[in-house]
Design a protein around this ligand. Structure first.
Ligand SMILES: Nc1nc2c(ncn2[C@@H]2O[C@H](COP(=O)(O)OP(=O)(O)OP(=O)(O)O)[C@@H](O)[C@H]2O)c(=O)[nH]1
Ligand SMILES: [Mg+2]
Length: 698
């Protein structure tokens, strides 16, 4: 039976690793009777952490979809991984839900991924709630914790309940909305919080606020309505206390979810028409279809499952729908309701629902279904690379098939065939991320790999204008080869508006231009009078492209270049496609060398979290790596997060250095920021090395 959108609440459990998200969700599934069996992360019987790798490592690697009913509402709850290495799964999940439940480990306080998920949820426009978990653990100090949460996330974070006792004494919670009479043992008197809570709830309604200050408290109905408005506007972030381990506070957590989790219509989302104009998204089951794939999983036994959140319209098997990235409409496969590892067939899915659709080979994570488009999910670009080859010879095809599956499942994993080295290069968020994926390859796909030091994806470009020509002429008995190509070359700035660039004032005899966005390369056909017959121009372009892939100065791909072909010579008998291809390639090379060639290198943004007393060491280490520190923020407790830009080449094995500087107390994440010109001395080293290699190969 489909659930009406008003009754659906979609919630992602996110936060830092080991804060107890999975334990909490396992507990809720049991408590609400959705799954009736004991479950524990620690002994490998968790409902949510069901993958073999998760059972072995005892942490979540993939987002899991579950559901339970409570208080007349259907909750679709997604458990997400807490380690930054798997952030892609968490970000995907955030774009499938309306509320983020940020779980904080009361024992260790705010951690790196607490902040990251808090910010990502904000960016996605979701309602946010904070759950302080592990109140039963040693050394918990609620007062301090609340102060640091308010300091970092603002005074909009207000407790809906406070703990009665903490640590071993944690035995219950006392509500702050209607403080109970008996609050013996309360760490903070709930009555002292009541006022600020009520005020932050009713603040969103002028009339109710006015009446309140005239002495008339808001009604229960007003509270339930306005609290949702305050959460959706971000003027309130309610906080609750519990222990997933002992179960204390879990009933009250369910009550809080019932009161505070947002329904779909409370989250502002824009959908775009094809022409880029915005349309209001209304949750109408009979309206136009708007749905999005936020996760893909390839089940070891079954099939590819696309996890879809419906926002408008209704999904049904065999329906033909438009999808991002698919050339023609796709036909929907069978629909399933998901409960962690289990699936059960469904007929339809309407607004607010989260379902899996099987066997949709054309669908990719992030794709929107329907004619209207949702903005893309902001997955980070992974930057930690490794070259891989199968341990057993002959497994090449099997390996690339298996890696292809991971590309589909994981938007933060990339696979490239390096043209120069003929290597398979995999790129992920961190060394741990790649290690876990290798374990999956071994278990699921039965391929083992050997790895090599990562290669840096440098690029080649030019920094000046130049022009020149090349004549390819060969006479080897019989028919000869002849082709001559004249070109002008100039830098093509990144992010350029290509239409504005390719104008008659820049290229007076331009007939057409051909743009390749991947390499930011354009070539302009300005040949007049047929000096290069038009049937040979594609061959000239082919010559350019081959040279661009092969590189000119150090064997790296060329980008950000514009080439104008303006003149040439041909021969009625000896000219051929092959001759013009060679002439194109050689002209490109010669002129490139005259146009101030330069190497570009990837620069990453790195966030390094370390104890206070290591800040100096890390800052000077980063400067030694050609890094530029952009800023530093407290990460709660004794921790600081340094943000810096640094060339990828300097941090390919940063995990090891960080661990030795901090004695294992540090962590970091990085993602691509931009490409920048490599400094002269470093450039010379790379070019020399590449030339040496070329000579050795010759
Ligand atoms: N004392 C105490 N331990 C808890 C509590 N909740 C969870 N734990 C323990 O903390 C550890 C981590 O719990 P998980 O539920 O796996 O934490 P998680 O947030 O899902 O971790 P990731 O999947 O890595 O993000 C396990 O050993 C749990 O038994 C709690 O309320 N109190
Ligand atoms: Mg977990």
């Amino acid at each position: 039976m489909a659930n009406p959108v008003e009754r659906i609440r979609n919630v992602a459990f996110c936060g830092h690793g080991s804060s107890g998200k999975t334990t909490l969700l396992d507990h809720l599934l049991n408590k609400t009777g959705a799954v009736k069996r004991p479950a524990s992360v620690d002994d490998g019987t968790s409902i949510c952490d069901f993958d073999e790798e998760e059972k072995e490592h005892k942490y979540t690697i993939e987002a899991k979809v579950t559901h339970f009913d409570h208080g007349g509402l259907r909750f679709n709850a997604i458990d997400t991984p807490g380690y930054p290495d798997f952030i892609g799964q968490t970000i995907g999940a955030l774009y499938g839900v309306d509320t983020a439940l940020i779980v904080v480990n009361a024992q260790s306080g705010i951690e790196v991924n607490t902040r990251r998920t808090f910010n990502e949820a904000g960016k996605a426009g979701l309602g946010r709630m904070i759950v302080l978990n592990k109140l039963d653990a040693d050394n918990v100090d609620f007062d301090n914790l609340l102060a640091s949460i308010k300091e970092l996330f603002g005074s909009v974070c207000i407790p809906l309940n406070v703990p009665l006792g903490q640590g071993h004494d944690f035995r219950g919670v006392a509500g702050t909305l209607k403080p109970p009479e008996d609050t013996a043992g309360a760490v903070v008197d709930p009555a002292t919080i009541n006022e600020s809570l009520i005020e932050s709830i009713i603040e969103v309604d002028e009339q109710v606020t006015e009446r309140y200050f005239e002495g008339q408290p808001p009604s229960d109905e007003e509270i339930s309505r306005l609290i949702l408005q305050a959460i959706s506007e971000g003027t309130l972030i309610p906080l609750v206390c519990c222990s997933a381990k002992t179960g204390t506070g879990v009933d009250e957590l369910l009550e809080a979810m019932q009161l505070c989790a947002l329904s779909q219509d409370r989250v502002r989302r824009a959908v775009l028409r094809e022409d880029g104009s915005e349309v209001k998204l209304t949750p109408d089951p009979n309206g136009p279809l708007v749905a999005r794939v936020f996760k893909t999983r390839i089940d070891p036994f079954v099939q590819k499952l696309s996890y879809i959140r419906v926002f408008s319209g209704t999904l049904k098997k065999d329906l033909s729908v438009a999808a991002t990235g698919a050339r023609k409409p796709v036909k929907l496969g069978p629909l399933f309701e998901v409960q962690a590892s289990e699936t059960s067939p469904l007929d339809t899915a309407g607004p607010g629902e989260i379902v899996a659709v099987a066997k949709m080979e054309e669908l990719q994570t992030g794709a929107t279904l329907g004619e209207l488009q949702l903005p893309p999910i902001p997955f980070p670009t992974p930057m930690v690379g490794l070259a891989v080859l199968p341990k057993s010879r002959g497994d090449e095809a099997k390996l690339s098939g298996a890696l292809g599956k991971i590309v589909e499942e994981d938007p933060t994993f990339k696979l490239d065939h390096d043209q120069q080295t003929k290597e398979l290069v995999i790129t992920g968020m961190s060394e741990l991320h790649l290690k876990i994926l290798q374990e999956r390859l071994k278990r699921r796909d039965k391929v083992e790999v050997e790895t090599k030091e990562p290669k840096i994806p440098y690029r080649e470009t030019i920094q000046a204008k130049a022009e020149g020509s090349y004549r390819h002429k060969k006479q080897t008995g019989g028919r000869g080869q002849f082709g001559e190509v004249h070109i002008r070359m100039m830098p093509l700035p990144e992010g350029v508006d290509i239409e504005a660039f390719c104008t008659k004032s820049r290229f007076p005899t331009m007939k057409s231009y051909h743009y390749d966005a991947d390499n930011n390369f354009v070539w302009v056909d300005s040949v007049v009078g047929g000096t290069i017959p038009s049937n040979f121009l594609p061959a000239v372009e082919k010559g350019f492209r081959e040279r661009m892939t092969r590189g000119v100065v150090a064997g790296y791909r060329v980008q950000n270049v514009a080439v104008e072909v303006y003149f040439g010579k041909h021969h009625p008998v000896d000219s051929s496609e092959a001759a013009f291809k060679t002439a194109g390639s050689m002209a490109f090379r010669d002129v490139f060398l005259k146009a101030k060639p330069a190497l570009l290198e990837p620069i990453v943004t790195i966030h390094v979290t370390i104890p206070n007393n290591k800040v100096g060491d890390i800052n000077s280490d980063l400067s030694g790596r050609r890094g530029r520190v952009l800023g530093m923020e407290s990460a709660g407790g004794d921790l600081q997060t340094i943000t810096a830009e640094v060339p990828l080449a300097e941090v390919t094995t940063y995990a090891r250095s960080l661990s030795s500087i901090t004695g294992g107390q540090g962590s970091y994440t990085m993602e691509l920021s931009h490409y920048d010109v490599v400094p002269g001395n470093v450039q010379k080293e790379i070019v020399d090395k590449a030339q040496l290699k070329e000579e050795e190969e010759d």
